[in-house]
Design a protein around this ligand. Structure first.
Ligand code: NAD
Length: 487
């Protein structure tokens, strides 16, 4: 049950829509936000309708010219203040994420660290928006390329990293001089509302960031995407929804960034350091209770080490502690809701029906909350849904290979291409994997790669565009080329 500290924190989280620098009521029935570890109601918040979404875009459009004209140094200093305030409020943000989403407190603290780095990184990038200048090849004049903010943006974020998915979009947009409307996931809106308050405290002017929380995401976002004043859509979520949004965005030829689903292969070669591979597997699979787009989804292990790898992994998995993320030493919190548990159960039973062997887990613990026991399966058949779909739960499925070519073929046999993990002590093999695996990112002997300074994103149906790194700000900039003829 919630403590006094939680009640006091929840009281400080705004419950309205944040439009044009003011907190406003919604028009629909309130959204009830619940704690997935207990099923208990946490808070009721405003539910935006179509007209509210329109007002949020009006505010972003009205604030656009002044924000674009604000000196980059001033924009940088506001983002830096937001970074500093987030450090001060770190414990509040961590606890809020744990209770609305379920991740263990230590992981929520790590997300505050990771999410905050986007504010710091893009505060530094705001003053390095450089163009180019050079002679036309024919010697007929000077070619000037400058960068301009794309304009008002709609940002749509998922529930699995409530803070980091917001900062990864808001920070580069603001650094570039864009104004935004952000629509967080209905399951975890509190972190974004609390963050909007922080941005106001950091000095973000009215209208530059607007937040709409809604249970009618499709109805509220469609007219915004169709509005010619909107110039950019940045979405993080499932590939299915991303595809539907791309179709809508095509109508207005809107700039888009799409951070979509993954089906990450986790390759363990015979020459891998197995201790390191098991450490990597624990991070890549069980961080966020398996609910990450970067989660290892298919364990492809050399036949000669598969048994040893599985045995060591099972020992580590059986030492995980399930519970509410606020309890000390808990390493596995609940899944985000009961539907997620049902989906995980279905994937495991399909794999077992097709001949997989259960080494540990495979059940839903008794009691309240949306829990599922960490699970390891081996001998998973190639046609199992567990290998074809994003699992989004704490389940390891192991398959074996004998030849390097076979490992590459298995790893690339998916429509997704977000990230791959490779464990080998052979440098030449590692380099062949960098060249051979069709993913936007790769962890070579590590199970965690995310970093604000790196371009995060995928190929194939894992998406379009990159967030973070030098690339991240360019998602929110348009180059403008001007020719100045020689007189
Ligand atoms: P989701 O696609 O169901 O929802 C994502 C967001 O889109 C939410 O805000 C939701 O309310 C909204 N939404 C849903 N349907 C919509 C519609 N028709 N129109 C407009 N908005 C709509 O995804 P989710 O379940 O919240 O998140 C999990 C998914 O996100 C997984 O597939 C995961 O891989 C992906 N993800 C990707 C990355 C990445 O960077 N590639 C990061 C985190 C999560």
């Amino acid at each position: 049950m919630g403590t006094e500290r939680e009640a006091e924190l929840l009281n400080r989280v705004p419950d309205g829509l944040y439009i044009d620098g003011t907190w406003q009521p919604g028009t629909g029935e309130p959204i009830i936000v619940t704690d997935p570890a207990t099923g208990r109601e946490l808070k009721r918040i405003a539910n935006a309708g179509v007209a509210d979404g329109g007002r949020a875009l009006d505010a972003a459009v009205a604030a656009g010219p002044a924000w674009a004209a604000t000196a980059p140094r001033v924009r940088a200093e506001i983002l830096r203040r937001a970074f500093d305030l987030l450090q001060e409020r770190r414990e509040d943000f961590a606890l809020l994420m744990t209770i609305e989403m379920g991740k263990p407190l230590a992981e929520a603290r790590a997300e505050v660290g990771y999410g905050g780095e986007f504010l710091r990184w893009f505060s530094e990038e705001a003053v390095r928006i450089n163009g180019r200048y050079g002679p036309a090849p024919e010697g007929t004049g000077q070619m000037v390329v400058s960068q301009r903010p794309v304009g008002p943006c709609l940002l749509i974020t998922p529930w699995n990293f409530p803070l980091a998915m917001a900062t990864r979009k808001i920070a580069p947009a603001l650094a570039a001089g864009c104004t935004v409307v952000i629509k967080p996931a209905e399951l975890t809106p509190l972190t974004t509302l609390f963050f909007a308050q922080l941005l106001e405290d950091a000095g973000v002017p009215a209208g530059v960031v607007n937040v709409i929380t809604t249970s009618e995401s499709a109805e509220v976002s469609a007219p915004l995407i169709a509005d010619p004043r909107l110039r950019k859509l940045s979405f993080t979520g499932s590939t299915g929804v991303g595809r539907a949004l791309l179709r809508q965005a095509a109508e207005g030829v809107l700039r888009t960034s799409m951070e979509l689903g993954g089906n990450a292969p986790f390759l363990v070669f015979a020459d891998a350091d197995l201790d390191r591979a098991v450490d990597g597997a624990m991070l890549a699979k069980f961080r966020n209770i398996g609910q990450a787009c970067t989660a290892a989804n298919r364990f492809i292990v050399h036949a000669s080490v598969a048994e040893d790898f599985a045995r060591r992994l099972v020992a580590r998995v059986e030492a995980l502690r399930i519970g509410r993320g606020t309890e000390p030493d808990v390493t596995i919190g609940p899944l985000v809701n009961d539907a997620a548990v049902a989906n995980t159960e279905k994937l495991v039973s399909d794999a077992l029906d097709r001949g997989a062997t259960l080494l540990t887990g495979g059940f839903r613990p008794e009691g309240p909350g949306s829990f599922y026991a960490p699970t390891v399966l081996t001998d998973v058949a190639a046609d199992s849904d567990l290998l074809r779909q994003e699992i989004f739960g704490p389940v390891v499925g192991i398959v074996t290979f004998t030849e390097e070519d076979e490992a590459i073929r298995l790893a690339n046999d998916t429509e997704y291409g977000l990230i791959s993990y490779v464990f080998t002590e052979n440098i030449a093999r590692g380099q062949r994997m960098i060249a051979g695996l069709d993913t936007g990112m790769m962890g070579l002997n590590t199970g965690l790669v995310s970093n604000a300074a790196a371009p995060f994103g995928g190929v194939k149906q894992s998406g379009l565009g990159r967030e973070g790194g030098l690339e991240g700000i360019h998602e929110y900039l348009s180059p403008k080329y001007t020719l100045i003829p020689a007189s």
